[in-house]
Design a binder for this molecule. Sequence first.
Ligand code: AHR
Length: 499
Amino acid sequence: MAKMVINPTREKSKIRKEIYGHFSEHLGRCIYEGLYVGEDSSIPNVNGMRTDVVEALKEMKIPVLRWPGGCFADEYHWKDGVGPKENRKKIINTHWGGVVEDNSFGTHEFFELCRQLGCEAYVNGNLGSGTVQEMSEWVEYMTFDGVSPMADWRKENGSEESWDVAFFGVGNENWGCGGNMTPEFYANEYRRYQTYVRDYKADKKIYRIACGPNVDDYEWTEGVMSTCFRHSQPFQHGFMDGLSLHYYTHPEGWEIKGSATDFDEKVWYKTMAKTLYMEELITRHGAIMDKYDPKKEIGLIVDEWGTWFTVEPGTNPGFLYQQNTMRDALVAGINLNIFNKHSDRVHMANIAQLVNVLQSVILTEGEKMLKTPTYHVFNMYKYHQDSMLVDSYVETETIGDEEYQVPNLTESVSVDKDGVLHITVTNLSVTDAYPVDAEILDRKITKVQGEILTDEMHAMNTFDCPDRVDVKAFDDVKITEKGLSFTIPACSVLHLTVQ
Ligand code: AHR
């Protein structure tokens, strides 16, 4: 029997809704086909955005969307993507498949998508190959309400009103595809570029995000923090509000990656172990940030995370299209529990990517659409958004194979604005269910409801069988004198709502 202890009176940090954020790049079939089909498409759409996808994402409460990249961001010249579509420049998407990018989805279309989704905008600027002037003018174009060359041009292009840019990334992966810079060089460039990311709205300051490390590059974190942070003392929003971190789960390493659907138990546990490494990365990068920012005012922004497998056989290798199984559901549940538990430092996270690319919540094929197991995890965890993390602990056993040992369970617990508790638990075992005895301190439990995603490890949704993996009611939970008792099945992600 695993013992769990929850103390709802010990509220720790707010789980900002942006931890449940997403990422959409001009890559493969994410933007084109996945989100945007154009006004003339036979696929039902509103102003070109597919209705089925928008509805599903709204149900999941998508809080924020990052765009236009990724590596694409540091080659994107925003002026190519505004104005009459017939005049927009056609370019080659050199990073992703060498296909023609016709720029029919640009700034106006992105904000229209955010409007339909009801989510915040996270725009990633081009520091690698763009100029300071170009970045500065983009911010003016998007956010300035008065009379100015860029604001006037936006109005001519059909948008009288400016938009709100909640988050702005000053470059992406500038240690690699964004310019192969050293941390010191990037940090100085960051200071210069961000100066011209003007706040045109006094009441809606832009949250500026500096490019952070790749995985365990602690030197990068140190270099950027030491060069940038002291210039924002005492802390005020607007110099450096966040530092990004990118970490993908590649079970077989960067070169081989491995199949999304064909794996054995050894690879399952290897995937789980590599996912749990996120905890160490956040802790160690967080410790470096703590030296400069002990009050944790700067956010660690995990704006690329998730599984990265070999592309589905027969698909364009540059499109990064992969299927999604119960293994992905566990990867999502584990990571989200880790982010919740570090919500004092992790201010936002954006899984890569929204539709048809890497660990997507949605896959499309022509007019068909399906929700992946990862979608269902986000839908079950949405109750954590803007809730308060509370103290919790679960006793674990070590499971796995000889080489890859992992804890059997992970958990996180929050209390929402109505005082309702939300407990999310993952069971990493492929074979074993575990009874759990949860003690909930200082609270009389009157009602509990459960929902669960569980199936065998390879289970997935396909266009022929789109609902094979779906959330089901979970009734196997009892109210006890001290709290709750339940048995969590093998290979599952569970959400309990407790009053
Ligand atoms: O998400 C795919 C790519 O992974 C992004 O473009 C890049 O930032 C990262 O290397």
